[in-house]
Design a protein around this ligand. Sequence first.
Ligand code: NAP
Length: 341
Amino acid sequence: MGNPNVVVVGATGAVGKVFLRILEERRFPVERLRLCASPRSIGKRIKVNGEDLPVEATTPEIFDDADFAFISASTAVSRELAPVAAQRGAFVIDDSSAYRMDPKVPLVVPEINAEDLEWHQNIAAIPNCSTTQMVMALYPLHKANPIKRIIVDTFQAVSGTGNLAIDELREQSRTILEGGSAKASVYPHQIAFNALPHIEPFMEDGYTREEQKMLYETRKIMHAPDIAVSATCVRVPVYFSHSEAVHVEFTHPMSPEEARELMAAFPGVVVVDNPAANEYPLAIDAADRDEVFVGRIRKDSSHPNGLAMWIVSDNLRKGAATNAIQIAEEVVKRELLKPRG
Ligand SMILES: NC(=O)c1ccc[n+]([C@@H]2O[C@H](COP(=O)([O-])OP(=O)(O)OC[C@H]3O[C@@H](n4cnc5c(N)ncnc54)[C@H](OP(=O)(O)O)[C@@H]3O)[C@@H](O)[C@H]2O)c1
């Protein structure tokens, strides 16, 4: 089989733009690349690998000769388009939450559960960005000493909501610094100079949907149906990279030294943990990097089997675009693409 034909839906979005940059960086081999977005972007042009490509209408026919369809638009768009693309023979890699908990759809972080791709039915999902970085850091620990319970508080960047939220933070910050009063439209409250304990709708149990995703997606990716996760997800006025304060209870005690060694040996995880020199992971350092950074690793003084830590990663890269391209690379390597036609 030659190089794959690729369709990117959501090519003008926060994730889509980074995705195209990473395609170039990783030299992902592509025969024909087609870009789609909403009707308002049709006709715009985007340069990829030196080629000036038009943004096209997202029609069912566009998937006809596609080997891969990367869908990074919204849950509603994915619900509608993923089955259409899959039915027309494309392998769909979906960034939304539409199919993540579907038992027929592998939910994949390649460093952890690439083998789940083997049972695909032409759709694979990437996890929520806050889940991906947490499981990347915790999986090597879980393999050595099964995790029973995780308590996580997130500090999530506005780019996790997309282009409009990035613009809103910029606009509100400027207005307030000039002495004006901010207008909120993307979020229910002002995000500039604020922290919102509210990401996605509230559910019946008092958690938000984002917080529930951290529970159910962690269990599915790590094949650990009994892990308990209690999350509080907070939006903060940061442009790029999510940060997480994580408290983990293991089956047996684990020393911070052992945890550091296990995480440092895991692909894609970098330990930055020298508080004496003020060295710990920071959102601005993680931005535009693919790795997941972990620091402040210490005994949890409230539990004999507990550790506490701080996990930071770029939500648009490992939290979305990089993970999606790694899945495609894994699909190619495992020869899981159906022959075209
Ligand atoms: N942001 C993150 O950190 C992150 C992480 C993991 C997963 N995700 C998921 O990735 C997806 C995209 O997120 P984002 O942050 O990139 O959002 P975004 O910045 O708002 O971009 C949305 C993209 O979807 C396109 N789009 C909207 N309606 C469409 C339609 N009817 N048909 C085709 N394209 C349409 C938009 O096109 P226009 O430019 O023409 O409006 C734009 O390219 C979401 O499902 C999100 O949950 C995001």
